[in-house]
Design a protein around this ligand. Sequence first.
Ligand SMILES: *[C@@H]1O[C@H](CO)[C@@H](O)[C@H](O)[C@H]1NC(C)=O
Ligand SMILES: *[C@@H]1O[C@H](CO)[C@@H](O)[C@H](O)[C@H]1NC(C)=O
Ligand SMILES: *[C@@H]1O[C@H](CO)[C@@H](O)[C@H](O)[C@H]1NC(C)=O
Ligand SMILES: *[C@@H]1O[C@H](CO)[C@@H](O)[C@H](O)[C@H]1NC(C)=O
Length: 437
Amino acid sequence: MALMKLWVCFTAFCSVVFCASLLWTYKIQSRVFENKRQQQIRYVEYIPSTTSITEMEPVANQASTDGFTVTRTLTSKISGESTNSAIHNTDMDPRGDAVLIVTYVRSGSSLVGELFNQNPDAFYMFEPTHELDRASMKRHLTYTDNSQRTMESTGLPKKEFMTDVVKNLISCDFTKVPVNVLAPESPSHWFFIALGRHIHLRTYASCILKYNTTAEDIQCIPLIKRACDKSFKAFKIVVLRMTDLEPILRQFERVKILYLVRDPRASILSMRKYKLIRPVTLQKCNMTCEIVKRCKEHMIPDLVARDRLQSRFPGRIMTLRYEDLADNPIAYADKIYEFIGREMPANVREWLVNTTSGKIEGDVMSDPYGTSRVNSSQTAHQWERTIQPSLGVEVDSYCGEVIQKLGYESFANIQSRKSQERLRKDGQSNRVQSNAK
Ligand SMILES: *[C@@H]1O[C@H](CO)[C@@H](O)[C@H](O)[C@H]1NC(C)=O
Ligand SMILES: *[C@@H]1O[C@H](CO)[C@@H](O)[C@H](O)[C@H]1NC(C)=O
Ligand SMILES: *[C@@H]1O[C@H](CO)[C@@H](O)[C@H](O)[C@H]1NC(C)=O
Ligand SMILES: *[C@@H]1O[C@H](CO)[C@@H](O)[C@H](O)[C@H]1NC(C)=O
């Protein structure tokens, strides 16, 4: 009997402890961060939890026979904005309807990014981690409450710091994003506004252009926050690699990765053309080093990670070869929009036709990041005619595996195909000439 009492006491004690710990986690989860500057923007933080969460009225509670049901208030109740974030029985963050365009320098990402930049319903950011990538770990970064922090002081490696910034951009949690990221290169903001970037952030851009310092730019943040809150998001990212982004796939169930690749021989040639690789070693990395970096250090590990992540997160990674898009823009743009589960707006379709079909003349030379092309298909394959054979062979020697994995032709193949085409053409023109005689 005494044993029985002890057992009842023990179970009661355990339940109390369990309930208390649940309450405690719940409290942490729904911590509300209020901007210290009282900008009337408030944030709710979601921390992935192992408890299933049901969306409910503020003080409602639920009895449950098969365990516990935790109830909590969602963003809508706090910010007064509607919530369309369906919460599933999962421990993932329900926000973050976003696509990350993961790619490399000179790989056609300006064209792909433009598919979202032109979309009036999208919040598109062009290389949001660019500024941090160039910054030293000791640089003072300014936050929206006017506090300053260095990357070093957070104790995180740079890549992890940048991944966290991308996470906070996905959830529009701008109190945790350095203003230097949101309004880079004060006061000119060249990188942010050049060449028609961020066309749907014009109000915000004209605001940050009014001010001369990052501290003053803080006043403009509510404008970018508003644009972010109501849209689906697209980010072009060249600095972070597939493995860096894995935590984002784990945390946000709706985030997708559009993995954009281009023939490394074309990218390398294009980088040299736009002086992103210097012939003289002004930069530490010469041509050979750039080729090795691109293929051995970035593309191969990315491809390995992609295969692994694809099986872990089915349907959330799409690989796109830039050449396929350039050869067949509408068909592949449709595929991209299908992948993200949206309709391509009519103006995006029209813009794409204009840009890729040679209808508009673009000043490609002065615009290394630009998207204006005379005929996208011709431009994408132009390198085959202009690359020096020695460079073609060199890139193949380091990038053979990448070239093969992505289904591109080896340089030897391309050369023999070209020479056969030349022979055929010569044969034809000889025949034409002899017929004319
Ligand atoms: C920014 O600097 C320019 C030139 O020094 C000055 O004319 C302008 O008033 C400044 N703007 C603000 C908002 O302080
Ligand atoms: C590039 O640099 C490496 C050493 O860093 C050197 O061995 C190689 O010859 C250089 N290649 C070219 C093409 O300059
Ligand atoms: C496409 O080109 C036509 C003709 O130049 C122009 O009228 C139209 O505004 C362009 N559309 C877009 C979306 O760029
Ligand atoms: C663009 O160039 C490709 C390859 O030369 C050609 O097949 C295609 O018809 C061209 N497209 C237009 C719109 O001129």
